[in-house]
Design a protein around this ligand. Structure first.
Ligand code: GSH
Length: 342
């Protein structure tokens, strides 16, 4: 039987957060017999709160694929996914229908959270992300976004953001408004892979390793690794405009999605408070530059980001109170044009 669980349950006996690998890993490509590139065949399920899902959404907008791949957006506050079954306490992503409800509470009945910018499931009319996994024959029991869905065969093609991002970058150029934008160019593949190799465990997943740790040593070592890697980013950005070189690549989109959530959420919620990102001049200006690239700001919804983290895990924030600050303006001027490449 499938054991429903969430990321909060993925902790080992030392209290360290250990993220399970995604299990739907098919690729859309011209050579695939099952999943060929096509306009309007595929659908993306996202949460605006989720740094993994919004990587994909940012690339969808940057490439100009809005007419090619449709998108549904879950409500930021996790709810009981089987509310009628008292035995099943799983909480996760749900769709909120603004025609039926105007606000939701946390899964334990705290607060009242607006549903602006959330949508229904436009393709399957499901009420939870869990139902989509059931349709696709899931056996793991972890119901994550993003999901790249195939409308033709009614299944999940892929639920790993790093791979979805690559498909959006390269497999839909026939219909893309910006087919020449390549975020994973041949000449930079090894540099990008090398950056992803340390940014993922130490920073992207590193903030979760701090926030979901159940013991002091687990938190301490994740925090150490996080801040030594942030120092490394700051140093690289002092001589290089982008993280893998002097052009924007997927490595920037991946890094940016964690950095833009850092001061607003992680500093408080995940206890990553040794330093804020706005205390690092290069990184702070870099976030603004990436935010201002065409298409990227459409993937950032700070209300959803803050609402999700602070209202979804009663174990971590009993009363679901959302902190008021710091409300940073990422559209203000940046100085990244002044970085002189070495
Ligand atoms: N490896 C996945 C991770 C996705 C992921 O963990 N998404 C979170 C949202 S930020 C989620 O949906 N969590 C649901 C849960 O933990 O039950 C990816 O990069 O696509």
């Amino acid at each position: 039987m499938v054991q429903a669980h969430s990321a909060l349950d993925e902790v080992n006996s030392s209290g360290e957060f250990k993220r399970n690998d995604s299990i739907f890993r098919d690729f859309i490509s011209k050579d695939s017999t099952q999943f060929r590139p096509a306009a309007t065949r595929y659908h993306l399920y996202i949460s605006y709160a989720c740094p993994w899902a919004t990587r994909c959404l940012a690339v969808l907008h940057m490439k100009g694929l809005q007419e090619v791949i449709s998108v549904s957006v879950v409500h930021p506050t996790w709810q009981r996914t089987k509310p009628d079954d008292p035995e099943d306490e799983h909480c996760g992503w749900v769709f909120a229908d603004s025609a039926k409800v105007s606000a939701v509470t946390s899964s334990t009945g705290m607060g009242s959270f607006n549903i602006a910018d959330s949508t229904v499931d436009h393709v399957n009319s499901c009420t939870t992300i869990r139902e989509l996994y059931t349709i696709a024959g899931d056996s793991l029991g972890k119901y994550t976004v993003p999901i790249l869905w195939d409308k033709e065969s009614s299944t999940i093609v892929n639920n790993e953001s790093a791979e979805i991002l690559r498909m959006l970058n390269s497999e839909f150029n026939e219909w893309a408004a910006h087919p020449n934008l390549d975020l994973y160019p041949e000449s930079m593949k090894s540099a990008i892979d090398a950056v992803n190799e340390w940014v993922y465990p130490a920073i992207n997943n590193g903030v979760y390793r701090c926030g979901f740790a159940l013991t002091q040593p687990a938190y301490d070592s994740a925090l150490e690794e996080l801040y030594s890697s942030l120092d490394r980013v700051e140093k690289i950005l002092s001589t290089q405009r982008y993280i893998a070189g002097n052009v924007v690549t997927e490595a920037d989109i991946r890094l940016f999605m964690t950095l833009i959530r850092f001061d607003e959420v992680y500093v408080v919620y995940f206890k990553t408070n040794r330093k804020c990102i706005r205390e690092y001049p290069n990184m702070f200006n870099y976030i603004k530059e990436i935010f201002q690239l065409p298409g990227v700001s459409q993937s950032i919804n700070m209300a959803h980001i803050k609402t999700h983290y602070f209202t979804s895990h009663p174990k971590l924030n009993v009363y679901a109170i959302i902190p008021g600050g710091p409300c940073i303006d990422y559209s203000s001027a940046h100085d990244r044009g002044l970085v002189v490449p070495v």
